[in-house]
Write a protein that binds this ligand. Structure first.
Ligand SMILES: NC(=O)c1ccc[n+]([C@@H]2O[C@H](COP(=O)([O-])OP(=O)(O)OC[C@H]3O[C@@H](n4cnc5c(N)ncnc54)[C@H](OP(=O)(O)O)[C@@H]3O)[C@@H](O)[C@H]2O)c1
Length: 234
């Protein structure tokens, strides 16, 4: 039986991915801060889903919690990082920026490093992260969100180089959604917003195919192409 952990599984895309994995026969470890939501998911699949409360901002605790959850589910084949926040910050309040950076940069890096080291020791594994098409652009009202997503994309590019150089059997999937209808989506200018189930189905398919990078839904690949071609338009 395959084993997966989802970081940030209490709502949105992470929560929706639990169903796909369980239906495919995975044993799944789930983490987030809101314990009551984790318990509700665990109760849906009492023999397949196990949870640990984890705040990714508390980086000193991540290693131990991931190691414990891994022992509980009996190993690890796939790690999915879906924990993330984004806040509008028109007045450039540092506490808002700092909160986003601590989650999307420090928390993300700590989980990614733990996963890579675990998979390197094991000799195989698959790490997937939900970054965003936002990582390709600056954003005037949520600058730290886009900047942290650019960091995640670049970090994965670095990990890919390490995997190639050391000939590691580790797959990396960088998932770049446009707008998905979750609690996170805020503000004006939202378009092509997709239901969570449709977006998550495409995300899951990309993970199964071990794609290197994918835009969700597919039409966002066109926007990414235009951004690369004519960055001054944005
Ligand atoms: N929705 C979109 O349009 C969209 C587009 C592109 C990329 N994304 C990315 O997709 C990922 C998932 O977001 P979503 O849309 O599914 O939104 P969501 O429903 O708000 O889910 C975010 C998840 O992250 C967890 N999380 C947040 N802060 C955390 C922390 N400090 N420690 C541990 N877990 C934390 C939340 O759990 P707790 O609050 O319980 O801790 C929740 O499970 C994010 O990385 C987001 O940037 C979303």
């Amino acid at each position: 039986m395959k084993k997966a952990i989802i970081i940030g599984a209490s709502s949105g895309i992470g929560e929706a991915l639990v169903d796909f994995l369980v239906n495919d026969g995975y044993v799944v470890g789930i983490t987030a801060r809101r314990e009551e939501l984790l318990i509700a998911i665990q109760k849906k699949f009492p023999e397949r889903v196990f949870y640990k409360v984890m705040d990714v901002q508390q980086t000193d605790k991540i290693e131990q919690i991931c190691t414990d959850l891994c022992s509980t589910i009996g190993g690890l084949d796939l790690m999915i990082i879906s924990a993330g926040i984004g806040h509008l910050n028109k007045n450039l309040d540092f506490s808002i920026s700092d909160n986003v950076v601590k989650t999307n940069v420090s928390g993300f890096t700590c989980v990614a490093n733990w996963s890579m080291n675990y998979f390197q020791k094991q000799g195989s594994g698959h790490l997937a992260n939900i970054s965003s098409i936002a990582g390709l652009l600056g954003n005037g009202i949520a600058p730290s969100y886009n900047a942290t997503k650019a960091y995640q994309i670049n970090y994965f590019n670095g990990l890919r180089k390490k995997v190639k150089k050391l000939k590691l059997r580790i797959h990396l999937t960088d998932i770049r959604p446009g707008f998905v209808d979750t609690a996170m989506v805020k503000g004006k200018g939202v378009f092509w917003i997709q239901p969570v189930d449709k977006a998550t189905k495409q995300i899951y398919t990309a993970i199964l195919k071990k794609k290197k990078r994918v835009y969700i839904t597919k039409r966002w690949a066109l926007i990414a192409f235009i951004i690369r071609l004519k960055p001054s338009l944005f």
